[in-house]
Design a protein around this ligand. Sequence first.
Ligand code: AMP
Ligand code: GLY
Length: 417
Amino acid sequence: MKVLVVGGGGREHAILWKLKQSPRVSKLYCAPGNGGISDIAECVSLSALDIEGIVGFSLKEKIDMVVVAPDDPLAAGMVDALEEAGVRAFGPRKNAAELESSKVFAKKLMKKYNIPTASYEVFEDSGTALDYVRTAKLPLVVKADGLALGKGVLICNTENEAADAVISIMEDRRFGDAGKRIVVEEFLEGPEVSVLAFTDGKTIIPMESSQDHKRACDNDEGPNTGGMGTFSPSRHYTGEIHDICMEKIFVPTINAMNNEGRPFKGVIFFGLILTEDGPKVLEYNARFGDPETQVVLPRLENDLLEVFEAVIDEKLDTIKLSWKNETAVCVVMASGGYPGNYEKGYEISGLDSVDEDIIVFHAGTKKENNKYFTNGGRVLGVTALAGNMEKAREKAYRAVSRICFRDAHYRKDIGIK
Ligand code: AMP
Ligand code: GLY
């Protein structure tokens, strides 16, 4: 089978790395891909947002399956367009991807179907929102409704911070039209866990849990990023908590989407917080997480192509996932300055000096004359698996210490919290 993966980051590299192990995959393509991806797939110079281009390419090359990985083409309806053209596609349709692309939609759904989440209010004009945050209980959380590269969430400890958040999102349109509406919600406390799950709209099969490190610097300091490292499994996500999540969150979410006439097929990412009152949903994503995928897929023993097919054909009930009983750690190496301004184009050395069993997923790289260069904020995700966290951390950091590029920045505490 010929498979095209849409996207070009570490998550897409991990999906392709896993698909490459399937005996039934004859050729892999990636649009647009990156330096590391070009070693295992043919990179196609189409933007991940170019719906017409991707549909045209898939028809011309007779692609058997297209995997749409990033949030924005899903929200824009790439899967709908592929299906209309008769191309098999993995990922939710536009009306289901709204679970991620509109926080207002997600919150209303959870309220309607009693799915545990923070209590909240929605505002469509800044005046009413400002009146509200001046009297609301602190701390509180202000969220832009739409997609904002994972940066549209502001935690406010004072009345002034809350007012500034409302003004910057709704009036200054810091996140563009994503800030036409906002959600203001209760601040919750507890450990955060990510659970990705395959679903065909009828059956839902959660993958192993993971934890992200969103802040740029050690001890969870510095600005929020797309994710500076992950590990799997989470030590907080016990079997007992899993059963509660299955009953009160995962299955009800799938049922709710069906009830709304928006069956969800693909991967749902549950961003959970384990509060004293039980697990609650912080957010939904309509896709694999980045860099969660870089620790979850290396632990998966199944043929990923078969799982994708079972989702598309609505036969997920025939699949049983099995997992390596190991801990995986992924340390992200980023460009100095990220998530703010950074330089690109520095040569990356040491990639071939890491141990055989280390998996280096490329996020922002390009390859020229057989050399790799930095080409984005997050550059590499260095993943190691071992029998326990201590050993996995040690292996991952040993590999990181051998890889060099100018101004490289990484957290030293991935897996400690
Ligand atoms: P989100 O994109 O909605 O997951 O939010 C990004 C991050 O903001 C989460 O991973 C949490 O760390 C934090 N966050 C979001 N909502 C809340 C909340 N209600 N209470 C506490 N922290 C939150
Ligand atoms: N790592 C969080 C995300 O993929 O949104």
